[in-house]
Design a protein around this ligand. Structure first.
Ligand code: GLU
Length: 474
């Protein structure tokens, strides 16, 4: 039997980070077992499904590098098949038409409540013999749920789960508007797609005892089920917008690398000894759905950032340059010089936790003018007695014929010596002039990447500004 699972999102919004985790687990387990995973877009709710949401699912999966096997299946296209299955059940006497009106159903339920019984459909239309007067009424098709016994399955994550059939209503398979219901559609599609394993969120556990009897009634083999614990925020509540970003693409906007997000998601509920950092290849070879834990997974933003920092450090620089270009654009650097981007990446790669942080810190390289300067820093570091040294440094740098580290070093040394200063004293005014702020990578690295002309231009503008502001203050 070929292992085959599916990821079956409903396209009613963005791709939720919890959904991405389900897709990742489907992908990993399929790759682990040498099987397949398919994508099924559950778009039968025409009012809530939108093409934008379908596009967001594709974009989110694509960004994460989770590529399903084969073409995506659109559930709405299979409606005729779903209805055929309902009619097959009718023909087999395993389903029936129910003509009860809303009023009838309501009075049935209120009687049951009065008798302290659980409100449920009492199956009266299954027993009905006389259809006179009602045959032209709208009807639904209901499944004859086995009246007794239990529906049990060995969940690959949750262990043995059992529901008494008396707990289950006679499930509606086709609504009075003629459309198939969710549980029918899922069962027919899972069968037609040859799904052997269903991996989904534990919010679907209550659907499983409705779906298994349908497979059985249709004479189809029942897949194995793995219901994954849901994601919770640090406060213990189900992860929602209130906790911050929940759409996968928000993580891209917020400067996370897809491999860091995948690594983070796999560790939510799954572990392999003490190991925290995984490449996709390692996850694919080690992941087993049966090792996923049962307790709710708590989302932890600082761990995600830590992992992202790690993956930034171990990423190829040419690849980071491509990502950095996108983030520079998002902060208003329309057409960053690509050679400059490539030169800048190594300066930030070791420390950046996110690509947004890298773009913000690298921004000064790409602007024409670093102003406004950090005025507090100017007050603190640009003392009047340092300004002649800054002027001297400019002259030294202007005369350099080669823009190389050893030459720069010599120019700084000559300046410091002439003014009896330490690099620690001159570094900050230089840094503020070059970047606008007192925090940046090493001065030599910055001037090397900026080049002679830009460095001199910034130092001169900075010196003029410091002279003026110090003059203004005194
Ligand atoms: N469409 C359902 C959802 O988005 C998933 C159904 C399933 O996996 O069976 O929650």
């Amino acid at each position: 039997m070929t292992f085959r699972t599916r990821f079956a999102p409903s396209p009613t919004g963005f791709l939720h980070i919890g959904g991405a985790r389900t897709a990742l687990f489907c992908h990993l387990y399929a790759r682990h077992l040498g099987g397949e995973w398919l994508l099924r877009i559950e778009d039968t709710d025409q009012e809530r499904s939108t093409p934008e949401a379908v596009a967001a699912i594709f974009a989110g999966l694509n960004w994460l590098g989770l590529h399903p096997d084969g073409e995506p299946v659109f559930q709405s296209k299979n409606q005729a098949r779903h209805l055929a299955a309902a009619h097959q059940l009718l023909a087999m006497g395993k389903a029936y038409r129910c003509y009860c009106t809303r009023e009838e159903l309501e009075s049935m339920r209120s009687e049951q409540r009065e008798k302290k019984e659980k409100p449920r459909y009492d199956g009266r239309c299954a027993r009905r013999v006389d259809f006179s007067g009602i045959a032209d009424r709208p009807y639904v098709i209901r499944f004859k749920t086995p009246p007794e016994g239990k529906t049990t399955w060995e969940d690959l994550i949750q262990g043995s789960i059992s529901f008494a059939n008396t707990e289950l209503d006679d499930l509606i398979l086709v609504r009075s508007d003629g459309l198939p219901t969710y549980n029918l559609a899922v069962v027919v599609d899972d069968h037609d797609m040859g799904i052997t394993h269903v991996i989904r969120g534990e919010d679907h556990i209550s659907n499983t005892p409705r779906q298994i009897p349908l497979f059985q009634a249709l004479g189809w083999s029942v897949p194995l089920y793995a219901h994954m614990p849901l994601l919770h925020g640090a406060d213990g509540a189900k992860l929602s917008k209130r906790h911050g970003a929940v759409s996968v693409l928000n993580y891209r906007e917020n400067g996370f690398l897809p491999e860091a997000v995948n690594n983070y998601l796999v560790r939510l509920g799954w572990s392999h000894g003490e190991q925290e950092i995984f490449t996709m290849a390692e996850m694919e070879s080690l992941f087993d759905i049966r090792d996923v834990g049962r307790s709710a997974a708590i989302f932890n933003q600082s761990k995600l950032e830590w992992l992202n920092g790690h993956h930034i450090r171990s990423s190829r620089q040419d690849r980071l340059a491509v990502v950095l270009v996108d983030h520079l654009r998002l902060i208003g650097i329309e057409n960053p010089d690509l050679t400059l981007v490539a030169a800048v990446v190594p300066l930030f790669q070791e420390r950046a936790k996110t690509m947004v942080e890298m773009a913000e810190k690298a921004r000064f390289f790409f602007v024409e003018d670093v102003r406004p300067y950090d005025m507090k820093a100017i007050e603190k570091y640009c003392k009047p007695d340092l300004l002649p040294a800054l002027a001297h440094l400019i002259t030294e740098l202007a005369t350099l014929t080669e823009w190389q580290d050893s030459f720069l070093q010599a120019a700084f040394d000559r300046t410091l010596q002439a003014h009896d200063l330490k690099m620690g004293q001159l570094a900050q005014p230089v840094r503020i002039a070059l970047t606008g702020t007192p925090v940046s990578p090493g001065i030599h690295e910055v001037v090397l990447v900026l080049g002679q002309q830009k460095s001199l231009h910034r130092l001169q503008a900075g010196l003029a500004f410091f002279q003026e502001s110090i003059h203004g203050v005194s």
